[in-house]
Design a protein around this ligand. Structure first.
Ligand code: NAD
Length: 436
């Protein structure tokens, strides 16, 4: 099939590349000329494991192309994906200006029947708005369907190629057939393509992300209580995760969730609830707890240095909001680094993938280091914000030689308490006793 993907970011590029991999002709469109320029030179502007192999193959075989020209991109498309940003507006609602702008632009450009697919995470009722915007000027028939994306950054290619499920919201049997055909190669193992009405599909995405954010937040609250009662949240996690009704995943306590999706999607669902006069109390708590959780370590750092952070050097490991991505949107590391800087500390940082993105925000306010150990040179303490695997088994003796103080504030519970005790570290983590 001929496919256009409008918006070539984390979701759009993965969507376009993976559908090219299943044999479709794909054109990705973006207004960012720099991005399209790089893609046309064979450069992938984001870090996403495994994407490069598929990208190179499909570009080389002529199935994957890039343009800044919407008219050219959609000219022959049977399916047009909208993978555009939906950032939070001031009131928490998802800002639809990118989607509706493209919908406005699409109307006069459509030359044949096409299925327009909302891949972005959008509030209930958006498909109707997109349909209305296109209908203002379209001269041909078209369908708008909701097809929310559930991929996780860091494992996006795998998630896309082998989805647990695909959700499609539509009332059109013609569009349903097109979507069935498109997804058939990805669900050969029997995972379902679940069809429903478009409002339910839009809601499904928010329900999924809000549920996951709630699961993390629940464990963070258990962790906070564990610290008070003298229990270990890791044991609790193992103790409850083995219950098949609960499941093992998303039970790791930490310094709070971040990223481009959970914070904005929880906010947007809360806003939708308010719009419909429903007080979704759990969501309000999830947001409030997560805000506090991101600040959990700072008071411990302040106490340790008796409120005197001026001229202390704090090393930071991990900037991305989670491992295997360079995405720093709403990353807990950023907020903490800003707090350290405003307390007068010097900050040295290391992240395997996200440093360029942070440089664009913090410039020379922090020192970027090429290795995790370089960041520790003469450091008064280490703070950890991302569970990159390479941080899990560091050379503690080497760390000891480099650091001024053997003190670690770990927002991701990477180390065993006994090991840290044996190595003589002062070690603070989340939901576990401090090693002093
Ligand atoms: P992104 O910011 O990485 O990419 C969006 C792209 O759209 C950018 O490249 C931007 O230049 C482009 N764009 C903006 N206006 C445009 C226009 N008028 N024409 C063409 N391109 C335009 O965003 P993302 O992370 O890919 O997210 C896209 C959507 O998918 C959001 O709604 C998000 O909530 C949802 N989503 C994201 C993820 C994720 O893990 N990132 C997962 C599932 C769903």
């Amino acid at each position: 099939m001929k496919i256009a993907v409008v918006g070539t970011g984390y979701v759009g590029l993965v969507t376009g590349t993976c559908f090219a991999e299943t044999g479709n002709q794909v054109i990705c469109v973006d207004i960012d000329e720099n991005k399209i320029g790089r893609l046309n030179k064979g450069e992938i502007p984001i870090y996403e494991p495994g994407l490069d192999v598929l990208f190179d193959r499909n570009v080389a075989e002529g199935r994957l192309k890039f343009t800044t020209n919407l008219a050219e991109g959609i000219k022959e498309a049977q399916i047009i994906f909208l993978a555009l940003p939906t950032p939070p507006g001031e009131d928490g609602s998802a800002d639809l200006k990118y989607i509706l702008k493209v919908a406005d632009d699409l109307g006069p450009l459509l030359e044949r029947y096409a299925v327009i697919v909302d891949k972005s995470t959008v509030p209930v009722g958006t498909a109707e708005k997109v349909r209305a915007a296109i209908a203002k000027s379209a001269k041909v028939e078209f369908d708008v369907v909701s097809n929310p994306e559930f991929l996780r950054e860091g494992v996006a290619v795998e998630d896309f190629m082998k989805p647990d499920r695909v959700v499609v919201g539509t009332n059109s049997s013609k569009a349903q057939k097109t979507m069935e055909k498109l997804y058939a190669p990805l669900v050969r193992q029997g995972n379902p393509v679940i069809f429903m009405d478009e409002r339910s599909a839009e809601m499904t995405k928010y329900a999924a992300n809000s549920f996951l954010a709630m699961k993390i937040t629940f464990m963070n609250e258990i962790a906070n209580l564990c610290e008070r009662v003298g229990a270990n949240v890791d044991d609790i996690r193992r103790g409850i995760g083995t219950d098949s009704r609960i499941g093992k995943r998303f039970l790791f306590a930490g310094i709070g969730y971040g990223g481009s999706c959970f914070p904005k999607d929880v906010q947007a669902l809360a806003k939708t609830s308010r719009d419909y006069d429903y007080d979704f109390r759990i969501l309000n708590s999830v947001m409030a707890v997560n805000e506090d959780q991101k600040k959990r370590l700072m008071p411990l750092v302040q106490d340790y240095f008796e409120g005197e952070l001026k001229d202390k050097t704090i090393a930071v490991w991990g900037l991305a909001f989670k491992p295997y991505t360079d995405d720093i949107r709403e990353a807990p590391a950023l907020e903490n680094i800003k707090a350290l800087l405003s307390a007068g500390a010097k900050v040295t940082v290391y992240d395997p993938e996200a440093m360029d993105n942070v440089k664009r925000i913090l410039g020379d306010q922090v020192t970027f280091c090429h290795t995790p150990y370089a960041a520790l040179d003469d450091a008064d303490a280490l703070m950890i914000f991302t569970e990159w695997p390479q941080f899990r088994t560091p050379d503690f003796e080497k760390m000891d030689k480099l650091m001024k103080n053997k003190v670690v504030f770990d927002g991701r519970n990477l180390y065993e308490l006994d090991v840290m005790r044996e190595m003589g570290y002062t070690y603070y983590s989340i939901g576990r006793e401090a090693v002093l």
